[in-house]
Design a protein around this ligand. Structure first.
Ligand code: PHE
Length: 442
């Protein structure tokens, strides 16, 4: 394997307290809006069970390889993204910059949704009469001042933890929020399964209708699997670079996939029985969580309580992911410019705010501004999820396969699996990712 130099100045980089802390924080990064907001609605749009089966196959096989590759690059180089790419091949330094840039762009739209969640927690606590949530949602998202303030509050909360550092900030946030998130989710799943007609929702999730299989569904499942595992944006690489010793990172990678998938499945088991129990449609798209669910909560006994619990769950999931998204540019600025973490965090706060505010306003004041036929919010989503993430995942596979010369036998004893890993990393996944990119560019 290629020798990677470790500079003296890097010796005082932060490290995780334990392997557990690393796995918990990485699960925190993976489990986010992608699991609880995006996964159920995309599954709803693509026929339920067939989507689920495709997704499960992809996430446990194909996605394992880039996840392990990204983790290994971080762990071996012990550098933030730009330095990591540079130390494998100096010509790749500039491509390394794609990571912090992508994170800043993702943050700018992800945090808008974070702001909406805060509003919905408040809404559940105060006025919760059954009203028309579709109208409410569109008028709320158009309301410039509250939405901008909420986006900034969300951004500030994330940067607060990132600025405090890995042990005192990132670990503390995950240690508190992740167990709470799990408890609330389990509570809501039990509640939902006890609703009348819950079985219909479960059948929708687990009884496949194979006529619904098609190419678009396959791509959406792959895109969703990459997004939910936070692959291709440098978060996994950066978190991986703080590992001191983890003898078995393949096992850690599988734990991350396992828990991320469990959270997504539980989110589905919580949402679909409720939808069918109240006679609603599962394919309402992005509004599923902000329109369909509040409508259901309003009709439930104890709906206020359930609503607050649900949106708090969503908030924790979004915060732990948001913190990991900001860690990438903060780590890059700190280590490249040799400035303090606090200064780097202040700079990232400013840059994200400058992009996130127009993204927030693109539902109201700036809704007529369209770039490539997309609003600012949609453009950021499209650029990052459809182009930057698959492109960067491709670069990661090539760097790990041909630069670092990662081999399957370093992680697994079974020879067939090791060979599959080698072929997957060097040939199959890069081809699949080029395909995803070409389709994403259309
Ligand atoms: N994985 C997160 C989610 O499911 C989103 C994310 C993407 C976080 C990329 C970090 C990096 O919501």
């Amino acid at each position: 394997m290629m020798e990677v130099t470790r500079e003296k100045s890097m010796e005082n980089r932060p490290n995780w307290t334990s392997r557990y802390a690393f796995i918990l924080a990485t699960i925190g990064s993976a489990v986010g809006l992608g699991n609880i907001w995006r996964f159920p609605y995309i599954m709803g749009q693509h026929g339920g069970a067939v989507f689920l089966i495709t997704y499960l196959i992809l996430i446990t096989t194909i996605c394992f390889i880039p996840l392990l590759a990204e983790l290994s690059i971080g762990k071996i180089t012990q550098k933030e993204c730009i330095g990591a790419y540079e130390s494998i091949n100096p010509r790749f330094k500039y491509l390394g910059m794609m990571n912090p840039v992508a994170c800043i762009l993702v943050a700018a739209f992800y945090f808008v949704v974070g702001g909406w969640i805060i509003n919905y927690i408040y809404l559940g606590c105060t006025d919760f009469e059954a009203n028309n949530y579709a109208t409410y949602f569109s008028s709320f998202t158009q309301n410039s001042i509250p939405t901008c303030i909420l986006t900034i509050i969300f951004l500030f909360t994330c940067i607060f933890f990132t600025a405090r550092g890995i042990k005192k900030g990132v670990e503390v946030a995950n240690n508190i929020m992740m167990p709470l998130l799990a408890v609330i989710l389990i509570g809501l799943v039990i509640y939902s399964l006890n609703l009348p007609n819950a079985g219909v929702g479960l059948a929708y999730m687990f009884k496949p209708d194979f006529s619904k299989i098609n190419g678009e569904m396959f791509l959406c499942a792959l895109g969703q699997a990459l997004f939910t595992l936070s692959i291709g944006m440098g978060t996994i690489l950066t978190y991986g670079s703080y590992i001191k010793d983890d003898k078995n990172i393949a096992k850690s990678a599988y734990s991350i996939i396992f828990f991320d998938t469990m959270f997504a499945l539980m989110a589905g088991i919580m949402i679909f029985p409720a939808i069918f129990s109240f006679g609603l449609e599962p394919n309402s798209g992005a509004g599923l969580v902000f329109v369909t669910l509040p409508h259901i909560f309003a009709q439930m006994t104890g709906g206020n309580f359930v609503s607050v619990a649900f949106f708090t769950l969503l908030l924790f999931a979004a915060l732990t992911s948001g913190i990991s998204i900001l860690e990438v540019p903060v780590a890059s600025l700190t280590e490249r410019l040799k400035i303090s973490r606090l200064k780097a965090s202040a700079l990232v706060f400013l840059i994200v705010a400058i992009i996130a505010l127009p993204a927030t306003l693109s539902f109201g004041l700036l809704k007529d501004i369209s770039i490539f036929n997309k609003t600012i919010f949609d453009l950021l989503d499209y650029l990052t999820a459809n182009i930057m993430m698959p492109l960067n995942a491709l670069v990661i596979c090539l760097l790990a396969g041909y630069g670092l010369k990662l081999k399957g036998h370093m992680f697994m004893q079974n020879k067939t699996l090791a060979t599959l890993f080698n072929v997957g990393l060097r040939i199959i996944i890069p081809i699949v990712l080029v395909g995803v990119l070409l389709i994403g560019l259309q």
